[in-house]
Design a protein around this ligand. Structure first.
Ligand code: SF4
Length: 647
């Protein structure tokens, strides 16, 4: 197992939610004020000095005094008692309206964002129309039909405000669904409801809290307005709005009359908003990340399973991965499709490591994602065969694929910082596939997760189970990702540039760890990388990809020492070697990988190839050979080995 010394540096422990909340003095005081008002509402009948509706005409229009701290109104009712009773009414009103809007809006918005397609379009259009309606007008309409009542008004307000949650929920889930940690959960085989509940919802809590506090403030004000207009609380209800309404007629006689209710409304609205900001800021922010989408929910044309899938296999152990004639395409501007992975074949035996190498844009990562059945949207697998441990994956339903992902295939991602859910402890993230696929109890999964964390070199695994991803260094977080990927002892591990995002001092340790774990678990590995040095260190076989095609494949040592395709030779020449003379500049490959819409059936490397001849421009250049194969018309004519040094 690799040396972990340089990885044991831990990110400083971040204070917990409560500590972060308490640190924000103003929002924390505001939250205490809101909590105090909640207590006032609950215990209103007990703490109210007088009956809020008891009239005493002899003591009407009093200002603040020893007996009536906030004075009395036009019929001698105690203002303090009415404000206290009004607190209860306002809280109940807020609760009614906000709970209706959340119960309706959040599920509709989240389902629209997650499912997409027609359901999303229908919800969005309907919501756009409802969103445009002024809240007061809608409540007017509902009260006109159902009769004046605070509950009716709040139901109307709840319906109106549900549109805000639909819009927010849809937008947030749509964005969160593209996050790598959500992709990672899907790769682990977590079902849709589990992804939404455990990985998306905690990460969109922050904007939901902000939205809720803004709306709570608005509800208080609108309730006061409606009561003021006589459309919510009845004349006898001691609502704050009704108190304001009644005070306007007697303002000249007692100028203090509007103050108790007005002050209560103002303070509660400000406190709710400040407290909401504080709570939202105390919720862990997730790091920004690049977007990768999946097309699992879209209706697609049927995928053709390659006829070659049923051909007899060569002798030797049954492969853990067999990919035949895999073709992936994206919609083109002209209405057709552009092929981005073009007839790829891969084969990995148990305990074997295959390197999938090439520059950016070669299609290697897309090939790995296609193996998992997670082609980025709006792409699709056009045809081919993908067998994992003998099971054909092409044509399977999402549910069947989710049973296989995480159990038979694990995946390690490029950037552990985005592959781990920032709002979930690492212990729970490692336990998740164990509970989902192996049916372990919580206690069993916890014990196994601790074992796995120890196995991948996380110091004090029991103590770190409750830590969050941000408390781990990059290398240590990648160890957690590896532990999670191997939790169910998969037969195949896909590692997509697993060291690219890591510190150079940690890269070798993570690669050593993968080798050690392969010895222990015996899984086959597909290592996607642009680094031929990593291929040389790790792999038994290598497939070099260029412009969506495999251009050379074979035994790793043989290909790297005796490349037969000019692109492989050029990649090797541009790779750093340990014994290179000081000051020697690395060779570069001129030009760039052509974009898919420029690909032809002729050699796609032709424009960058220093060995190109006229024949290279003719169509139909095939990959010739079996275990050692090359896609070049000049195979056998060129001596490419002498120009390269193996990294
Ligand atoms: S086919 Fe021609 S252009 Fe293509 S790699 Fe071979 S020699 Fe170069």
């Amino acid at each position: 197992m690799g040396d972990t010394v340089s990885e044991t540096r831990q990110a400083p422990r971040r204070p917990g939610f409560l500590a972060r909340l308490v640190r924000q003095k103003v929002p924390f005081v505001a939250l205490l004020f809101v909590l105090m008002m909640v207590l006032v509402a609950i215990f209103a009948p007990l703490i109210s000095p007088y009956d809020p509706n008891a009239q005493d005409l002899a003591n009407a229009f009093q200002g603040p005094n020893g007996e009536h701290w906030l004075g009395t109104d036009q019929v001698g009712r105690d203002n303090l008692s009415r404000v206290i009773a009004g607190t209860r009414l306002s809280m109940v009103a807020m609760l009614q309206a906000i709970s209706i809007s959340i119960v309706i809006g959040v599920p509709l918005g989240m389902s629209a964002g997650y499912i997409g397609g027609r359901w999303e379009r229908f919800i969005s259009r309907a919501n756009d129309v409802a969103f445009a309606l002024p809240a007061i007008l809608v409540v007017f309409g509902i009260v006109a039909v159902t009769g004046v009542s605070l509950s009716h008004a709040m139901i109307g307000l709840g319906l109106v405000f549900s549109t805000r949650y639909i819009a927010l929920g849809r937008a947030m889930v749509k964005a969160a669904r593209h996050e790598p940690y959500v992709e990672a959960a899907q790769v682990l085989g977590v079902r849709s409801w589990g992804v939404i509940a455990r990985h998306i919802t905690p990460n969109i809590l922050r904007p939901l809290v902000v939205q809720t506090t803004v709306l709570l403030g608005a509800i208080i004000l609108i309730e006061a307005e409606l009561s003021y207009l006589g459309l919510a609380a009845s004349a006898s209800d001691p609502s704050w709005g009704r108190m304001l309404h009644d005070s306007q007629a007697y303002f000249a006689r007692q100028p203090f009359l509007p103050f108790p209710a007005g002050l209560a409304i103002t303070l509660l609205v400000i406190a709710v908003n400040l407290a909401g900001d504080g709570v939202a800021d105390a919720i862990i922010k997730r790091p920004d990340s690049g977007a990768v989408t999946t097309g699992k929910r879209r209706k697609r044309p049927p995928v053709l399973v390659s006829e070659r899938a049923d051909r007899p296999v060569a002798d030797g152990p049954a492969p853990v991965l067999e990919v035949e004639d895999l073709v992936v395409a994206f919609p083109a501007a002209d209405g057709g499709e552009t092929v981005v992975v073009d007839g790829v074949d891969l084969r990995v035996a148990p305990g074997e490591t295959l390197g999938l190498a090439g520059e950016s844009g070669s299609g290697k990562s897309l090939t790995a994602w296609a193996v998992m059945g997670l082609v980025p949207e709006p792409g699709r697998i056009v045809r081919g065969s993908v067998k994992v441990a003998g099971q054909q994956l092409i044509g399977r339903s999402d549910r069947e694929l989710s049973d296989i992902r995480g159990r038979d295939v694990g995946m390690v991602f490029q950037d552990p910082a985005t592959a781990l859910d920032p709002a979930m402890t690492v212990g729970r993230q490692v336990m998740e596939p164990l509970r989902r696929h192996l049916g372990m109890t919580r206690a069993q999964a916890k014990a196994r997760a601790q074992d796995l964390l120890g196995l991948v070199g996380v110091p004090d695994p029991a103590g770190r189970m409750g830590d969050y991803p941000h408390q781990f260094s990059g290398g240590m977080a990648q160890r957690v990702v590896i532990a999670r990927a191997l939790a169910c002892n998969p037969k195949l591990l896909l590692a997509d540039e697993p060291t690219t995002a890591l510190d150079v001092t940690v890269q070798a340790q993570v690669l050593d760890l993968l080798i050690d774990l392969q010895d222990e678990f015996g899984m086959g590995i597909v290592l996607v990388t642009h680094d031929l040095g990593v291929v040389a260190d790790m792999c038994d076989t290598v497939s070099v990809m260029y412009a969506g095609q495999i251009v050379e494949r074979g035994d790793c040592a043989d290909v790297l020492k005796h490349p037969e395709h000019p692109y492989t030779a050029a990649l090797l020449a541009s790779s750093p070697v340990n014994d290179a003379p000081t000051g020697q500049r690395l060779a570069t490959i001129p030009g760039r990988v052509p974009p898919p819409w420029e690909w032809s059936s002729a050699c796609r490397f032709q424009e960058r190839c220093s060995h190109a001849v006229d024949r290279c421009g003719t169509g139909g250049i095939a990959l010739v050979g079996d275990s050692r194969a090359v896609r070049c018309v000049r195979t056998g004519e060129l001596d490419l080995a002498e120009k390269v040094r193996t990294p």
